[in-house]
Write a protein that binds this ligand. Structure first.
Ligand code: DP6
Length: 380
């Protein structure tokens, strides 16, 4: 919502931005400061209906203070946040879209996420994409801002766009061609669904930034992955998505998640992001697919224990039924699921004792739009 005054000062802009989940993962940088990745990655942008960051920015004339509030708590400006603001200001001046007076005015930044930060979902990706989107609209910056977002947090640059997105590592030393682009819009594959299985996990995880740094320094497998496996996998993944070929998409997604976690194990000392519940979910998917005779559900895990499951809308009731039977999940958030069911022939997938309380809840969602301005921001 832009309230333009004649001076360009006193503006208020609100944007929302989505979470994205990589199906060919980014893990490792060639440049730590500029956040240039070792390999291309491909992701799905999730609907902002159930998971979104929201940022409102106001300019404060006659001040150069920047204040930042996240989920109602005043936070310090991190180095990465300050840098994202600085880059947007420089770009606005370069494009001559905002005056020096406007870009040097103070800022009040108010952000919130509509999902618990403690759930361990990629809040920083949505957060950085949202901040830069709001600054882009505040300062009138034209064109693609994914290279700026990238410098806040690598994976965040993919949240700029909706649908199916590829982040190219680029070739330039200054990182200017390390940008995200949309491969296909969300409407390309409307049957695709994403189930986020939020797993109870109490351990403190190694941050992605630190974890990938250690992997780059110590893993031999990472070199093979980035040089040999990922280039081909990105091409295969693009083709599978283009053809809406679910079995191929599913196998590539699961293999890539597994290889990412294998490079974590190959890190010295090793990093473990999956816990025993993650492993149970993973094996449940393989078991289910085997009984179905074709890949019907796929999993992917990031730097945490939560599972992201992909399936087609017709299989959602059965997969929810499976999670309910196996883990006793009763809390299904997001899109409503009609008629949970569990067919007899899959009953044996849940044999053994039910493991209770290890899954907190499941969010049922789909692919959606990228970061955008909120035109009618009437919400509080
Ligand atoms: C496992 O983007 O959080 O989610 O660039 O250091 O901020 P920084 O790391 P970050 O790493 C995300 C890694 C991942 C895989 C992915 O999203 O591609």
């Amino acid at each position: 919502l832009i309230d333009e005054t004649s001076s360009g000062l006193g503006r208020v802009v609100t944007c929302v931005a989505p979470v994205n989940i990589a199906v060919v993962k980014y893990w490792g940088k060639t440049n730590e400061d500029l956040i240039i990745p070792l390999n291309d990655s491909i992701s799905l942008t999730l609907s902002t209906e159930h998971l979104r960051a929201r940022t409102t920015i106001k300019t404060i004339p006659q001040s150069n203070d920047i204040t930042f509030e996240l989920n109602g708590v005043t936070e310090k400006l991190t180095k990465r946040l300050s840098r994202a603001i600085q880059l947007c200001r420089e770009e606005a001046v370069r494009q001559n879209t905002a005056t020096q007076e406007v870009v040097s005015a103070g800022l009040t930044i108010i952000s919130d996420n509509n999902f618990p930060t403690a759930a361990g979902l990629a809040s920083s990706a949505a957060g950085f994409a949202c901040l830069v989107c709001a600054l882009q609209h505040l300062y009138g910056i034209q064109g693609d801002v994914s290279a700026i977002v990238r410098q806040g947090s690598g994976s965040a640059c993919r949240s700029v766009f909706g649908g199916f997105v590829r982040w190219a590592k680029g070739h330039r030393e200054d990182g200017n061609d390390s940008i995200a682009r949309q491969l296909f819009p969300a409407s390309h594959w409307p049957e695709l669904r994403v189930l986020i299985v939020v797993v109870s996990d109490h351990k403190k995880e190694t941050s992605s930034t630190k974890g990938m740094q250690t992997t780059v320094e110590t893993s031999d497998l990472l070199k093979f992955r980035t040089e040999v496996v990922v280039p081909k996998r990105c091409e295969d993944m693009e083709r599978a998505i283009e053809k809406r070929d679910f079995p191929s998409f599913a196998e590539l997604t699961m293999r890539d998640s597994n290889q990412f976690h294998a490079t974590c194990l190959d890190t010295y000392p090793p990093i473990f992001y999956l816990n025993s519940t993650s492993q149970e979910i993973l094996m449940l998917c393989h078991d289910y697919n085997q009984k179905k005779g074709a890949a019907t559900v796929a999993y992917s895990f990031d730097a945490g224990a939560n599972a992201f499951l992909f399936t087609l809308n017709k299989s959602v009731p059965e997969i929810c039924g499976l999670l309910q039977a196996r883990f006793g999940v009763t809390d299904f958030k997001g899109d409503p699921v009609s008629d949970f069911c569990l067919h007899e022939e899959h009953g044996s997938s849940i044999s053994g004792s039910k493991t209770k309380d290890v899954v907190k809840y499941v969010i049922v969602t789909k692919v959606g739009e990228g970061a955008h301005l909120v035109e009618n921001d009437t919400s509080s």
